[in-house]
Ligand binder design. Structure first.
Ligand code: C2O
Ligand code: CU
Length: 566
């Protein structure tokens, strides 16, 4: 029997608080867009409950699956140092929690401070199973800006009239694209531009002169969003749980998976203006895809204003304005202060160039005809490998030294075929991919640079790439094909943003760097749900180092893939 590490090992920092939460996964009935529907929730809440912590805390979440399907939860952006057991992606770090079963997660906070979020990491469950994670500074330390009067989580999402399980099953049975959502949402509400949504529009009560911290989270499955508030500027102070150099902007752009923490100074113009619209609209980068182009709204309401007149509407960039998105993103920089330094690796041990693509995969004779492109089924890939999850978790197999039973360990450092990735008209055969379960081993401490290369295969799309277990520095980005001779000279190695999710333009590239100092098994994938489901993902296995604190913590594995509670 494998020996578990005593629980008090987790108390190494001392003074850690162990707040605990009970999350009951259950079905609830809810009405949106004039119809009632059953959705999966945590504790009957949609969006789910927020988790509060301070930097360095450990939080325990007891999950009881009272639903009818398997589920896991993931703490998006929490590095879980040396503790992949509680990271959550199904069949990567654990087998899913079956109906009637329970599982205890430990969320181990370390360097994260700011706004993160949690969500289901099974099928399309995260459409309704998600919530905020709010990490405040340690006791006795302060925000690197004046403390706001109040903080308000703003969770952006998408709503389907149909059951999301059915949406997924329909798409996968025919190989077609997923049916788009029926509304975009702010804190679960489409807002008053959508039918039957007038009374339930999310309202943000404010007082003139006060400063509000909006913790904006993009929990959507398909959409990156523009966000703006009429008559008000926003000051961005943090993103993905890491402080940024503050900058002021009329609108923000937030990719699926990202968070942006902004300060809003409530300053009412004129005497009677009491209401201002908050508006959210997606960015469409793939002209071929059918998109939910609805605008979600909320209302900022001055509770101290004399009268409630009609609200003004903000100016948002237009729906296909990818340069507005890029211009916003280019402003993000690490705070890089004495208290919150940027520690950007200058030397790289392993260079990877990873193409990201939506593809097609041949339709098997027994499933023909498929309804994807060219009579094939939709697929997606990294370096032309469309990842297929095993039926047992990779972490458990790795732990028992039989990772070869579930995966090949030869994920390539370069695309198998070199071509003009961002050409206007690529030959159709380039779209074909094949399935595989191929992962990459990294020695402890390796500095990795991954250049994600967008492609125009099948027209192309942008992709928010997300890495579990690490935040990374976004050292560079550009349009066209990455040029390894000239582009690195333009990198920002001083104060690049420190993110866990980064957008890769369809006709461009994005370079990230991280130090592999977190031993474990870590998923990397596109945060657009259907791209992930189609296989745009892979796994890093970071080996243990020599020192005791460079090894991942062992918990007892009592059954294959199941963890003993400690
Ligand atoms: Cu927010 Cu693996 O995901
Ligand atoms: Cu994608």
């Amino acid at each position: 029997m494998l020996q578990g590490v005593p629980p008090d090992l987790y108390l190494e920092g001392n003074g850690l608080t162990h707040r605990s939460y009970n999350f009951f996964i259950k079905e609830s009935n809810i009405t949106r867009l004039c119809r009632e529907k059953t959705i999966l929730t945590v504790n009957g809440q949609f969006p789910g409950p927020a988790i509060y912590a301070r930097r360095g805390d450990v939080v325990v979440v007891n999950v009881y699956n009272q639903g009818h399907t398997n589920i896991t939860l993931h703490w998006h952006g929490v590095n879980q140092p040396r503790s992949p057991w509680w990271d959550g992606p199904e069949y990567i770090t654990q087998c899913p929690i079956q109906p009637g079963n329970n599982f205890t997660y430990r969320i181990i906070f370390s360097e994260e401070e700011g706004t993160l979020w949690w969500h289901a990491h099974t099928a399309m469950d995260r459409a309704t199973v998600h919530g905020a994670i709010i990490i405040r500074p340690r006791h006795g330390t302060a925000y690197p800006f004046k403390k706001p009067h109040k903080e308000i989580p703003i969770i952006l999402g998408e709503w389907w009239n149909d059951d999301v399980g059915k949406v997924m099953a329909d798409a996968l049975s025919t190989g077609s694209d997923f049916q788009p959502s029926d509304a975009n949402t702010i804190n679960g509400q489409p807002g008053d531009l959508l039918p039957c949504s007038n009374d339930s529009t999310f309202r943000l009560p404010v007082k003139h002169g006060e400063t509000y911290m909006l913790r904006i989270i993009n929990a959507a499955l398909t959409n990156g969003f523009f966000f703006a508030i009429a008559g008000h500027c926003l000051t961005v102070v943090s993103s993905d749980g890491s402080y940024t150099k503050p900058f002021t902007t009329d609108y923000i752009f937030i990719e699926s998976g990202q968070t942006m923490t902004v300060l809003l100074k409530a300053r009412r113009r004129g005497h009677s203006n009491a209401r201002y619209y908050v508006a959210v609209r997606p960015l469409a980068t793939n002209p071929a895809a059918v998109l939910d182009n609805s605008t979600a709204t909320a209302v900022l309401e001055y509770i101290d204003a004399p009268s409630a007149n009609r609200a003004n509407f903000p100016t948002l960039p237009s729906i296909n304005d990818s340069s507005a998105a890029a211009a916003y993103t280019a402003q993000l920089r690490s705070l890089a202060s004495k208290e919150h330094p940027a520690n950007v690796p200058r030397r790289v041990d392993e260079h990877m160039l990873v193409t990201v693509a939506v593809n097609e995969i041949s339709c098997a004779p027994n499933e023909a005809p498929c309804k994807g492109p060219h009579g094939n089924r939709f697929a997606s890939s990294l370096n032309n490998i469309s990842f297929e999850a095993p039926h047992r978790d990779i972490l458990g197999a790795y732990y028992r030294s039989v990772v070869g039973d579930v995966a090949k360990t030869d994920f390539p450092d370069n695309p198998p075929l070199s071509f003009n990735f961002t050409a206007d008209n690529l030959p159709p055969e380039i779209a074909l991919t094949a399935r595989g379960t191929r992962v990459k081993f990294l020695a402890y401490g390796t500095v990795v640079e991954v250049v994600f290369q967008g492609t125009t295969i099948l027209g192309g799309d942008s992709h928010p790439m997300h890495l579990h277990g690490f935040s990374f520095y976004v050292v560079g980005r550009g349009i066209g094909n990455f040029d390894r001779h000239h582009d690195p000279a333009k990198y920002n190695l001083v104060d690049p943003p420190y993110q866990n999710t980064v957008s890769v333009a369809k006709n461009g590239w994005t370079a990230i760097r991280f130090r592999a100092v977190n031993p474990g098994v870590w998923f990397m994938h596109c945060h657009f749900e259907r791209h992930m489901i189609w296989g745009m993902e892979t796994v890093f296995i970071v080996k243990n180092g020599k020192r005791r604190d460079a090894k991942f913590l062992f918990v007892g594995v009592t059954k294959i893939g199941y963890l003993r509670k400690i």
